[in-house]
Design a protein around this ligand. Sequence first.
Ligand code: SF4
Length: 219
Amino acid sequence: MDFNEEDSYLMLSGIQHFQFCKRQWALIHIEQQWEENVRTVEGQYLHQKADQPFIREKRGEKLIVRAMPVKSNELKITGICDVVEFIQDHNGVEIEGAKGKFTACPIEYKRGKPKVTDADILQLTAQALCLEEMLLCEISKGYMFYNEIKRREEVHLTVDLKNKVREITAEMQDYYNRRHTPKVKTGSFCKNCSLQHICLPELMNKRSVKSYIEGRICE
Ligand code: SF4
């Protein structure tokens, strides 16, 4: 593997941005623009608890690994799993530094509540694909933990979801290789975008983005 090639792997967490708005993803991941807003700060606070590099904890038959770096050479993505639970299973795979065999189960932490879109689930699926490639195993389920409802929800990581992640990451790679930032295409989702005044600077000077977007929606 060429080191420089690996350096150019895309961030796995970008799948969420890409699903939210392709232009927002490109501004962040191609043009390296970033604006912190309340959402990202709160999200980071929640992640701090999970982001203690490589902390391993044994609980009964489970080995819990936090902030586990993962990557996929097939998808050319890299990222961090908030938590991976390794559960003892004689049909599982061996992992470094532990006795026995295990199945792996990724868990992703989110600030809010379950979304109507599948953006969170696709991010979790991408983590599972990385783990499958790294550990040479198959992962069929994971969990989303939502801080607002203080509960984790089981997610079936189906073939369809995995194929969708492959399609999305291929499209992201294509945009990235062409350094292509899609043109503005606003919608109601723009109200929750932290890059409004980078994406829509002229509008910001003339009238509020909110009123512009509401105007567009009513058109
Ligand atoms: S303001 Fe709207 S169109 Fe622009 S990046 Fe944000 S979500 Fe996308």
